[in-house]
Design a protein around this ligand. Structure first.
Ligand code: NIG
Ligand code: FE
Length: 404
């Protein structure tokens, strides 16, 4: 929280309307109590708001965007999987490796073996890397613990990342993979995932519930049971859907008014219509698409035509997307998915806020949370244009500047 502060001389990218950048040259933002109180051309700032300022900052013509929101990460885990990367380069597929007991399961073993302090240290370093490129809100999933205690531990570590000043939302992904102690008993494991949910919720560790609906993970029927439990507990759901094959997961998730369906390379027309009707956000993950050398593109044009909001995320995880660059996700969304730079920025701001059920952020408009980024750029399309160059000058979290 902060007193009344005027940020003037910025080239504002407000995203205030459904279309267009919403540019305000020589713009001003008035922040108070952690929120944006007023936005517009400095010349229009009402006289009564110019008095009683606690501070005034000259942004010197820098570009200002809403803070970046990563709505899909698996940030808390032990170990790494570079050996699998080599195996995949030699021809093994992601599914082959998972079926042979590697993949997610190998990270589960490494996560269970790690102590809480080392899980925290590695997760903090990853969160800081994301913040370096303008992260202000972060979603983190569990799913590498797969026992009540280990899932709780990972969710606690995720929650603790909010000490960095960012908002952290935690998602329970118990239905990520089958842990070895449940081999041959997937339905018993789904029962356990459901049984743990109230305990984790009561401990204040869950904002949403996710599942991996896929032929190497959980069936639509099993996913439905997880979602029914979430609904009984009043928890919103999201889904890893149609990443490697079309399981009809998106339509199932839409039946439960899912906040988002994520991945979606194999999404069908029926899935798109169901998502549009339910107001479910499509979260596309260009890092996983790239790193798994996927060739099937998510149906971006059909999603646009149906009016489904498209968000982007890093999907940071050790198996399918070990990257930590939000700006590179914007660039890849444009080069691979033919999204426009404006769509890419919306994908990491206003649409990613919606994918997390957070309507209080993602645009520079009065009443929203004062989370924004200051960039050394003349035009917002530059954020999607460069890769390997970070033009961030500063991040403002709830009205307070955090220098790089
Ligand atoms: O989003 N698809 C499932 N989960 C992760 C990958 C997890 C892993 O390989 O460790 C994903 O791609
Ligand atoms: Fe994921």
């Amino acid at each position: 929280m902060s007193g009344r502060q005027l940020w003037r001389g910025g080239h504002l990218v407000t995203l205030a309307q459904a279309q267009g950048w919403g540019l305000v040259p020589d713009g001003a933002l008035l922040t108070e109590g952690g929120q944006i109180r007023w936005v517009g051309p400095l010349a229009d700032l009402p006289q009564d708001l110019r008095v009683g300022l606690d501070a005034e900052v000259d942004l010197q013509g820098a570009l200002v965007t809403p803070g970046l929101i990563d709505p899909h990460t698996h940030l808390v885990y032990g170990g790494e999987r570079s050996a699998e990367f080599e195996m995949r380069l030699q021809g093994a597929s992601y599914e082959d490796i998972a079926r042979a007991g590697g993949g997610i399961r190998s990270t589960v073993a490494a996560t269970r073996a790690a102590d809480e302090a080392s899980l925290r240290a590695s997760a903090l370093a990853r969160a800081r890397a994301l913040m370096d490129e303008g992260l202000t809100t972060l979603e983190v999933k569990s799913g590498y613990g797969l026992s009540l205690d280990d899932e709780a531990r990972c969710l606690r570590v995720a929650r603790s990342l909010s000490e960095l000043g960012i908002t952290v939302r935690t998602t329970y992904l118990g239905a990520h993979a089958l842990p070895p102690e449940f081999d041959g008993r997937p339905d018993d494991y789904v029962d356990a995932v459901c049984a743990w949910m109230p305990t984790l919720k009561d401990a204040g560790l869950i904002d949403a519930v996710d599942a991996f609906c896929e032929r190497i993970a959980f069936s639509p029927q099993q996913t439905r049971r997880v979602f029914e439990t979430a609904r009984r507990l009043g928890l919103p759901v999201k889904l890893h859907a149609e990443q490697l094959s079309d399981q009809g997961g998106a339509a199932l998730a839409a039946d439960f008014q899912a906040l988002s369906c994520d991945h979606l390379e194999y999404l069908s027309d029926g899935g798109i219509q169901a998502m549009a009707a339910a107001g479910t956000v499509a979260v596309l993950l260009p890092g996983a698409f790239y790193f798994l050398r996927e060739t099937k593109l998510p149906p971006v044009e059909a999603l646009r035509r149906a009016g489904v909001p498209i968000a982007l995320a890093t999907d940071h995880n050790p198996g399918s997307s070990p990257g930590l660059s939000l700006l590179l996700m914007m660039n890849m969304a444009c080069t691979f998915f033919r999204m426009t730079p404006e769509e890419a920025l919306r994908g990491l701001t206003v649409h990613s806020a919606r994918a997390l059920g957070l309507p209080d952020r993602g645009q520079l408009v009065a009443g929203q949370r004062a989370d924004f980024c200051v960039w050394d750029a003349a035009h917002p399309r530059e954020l999607a244009y460069y890769f390997g160059r970070n033009p961030r000058r500063a991040t403002v979290l709830q009205g307070r500047a955090h220098e790089p």
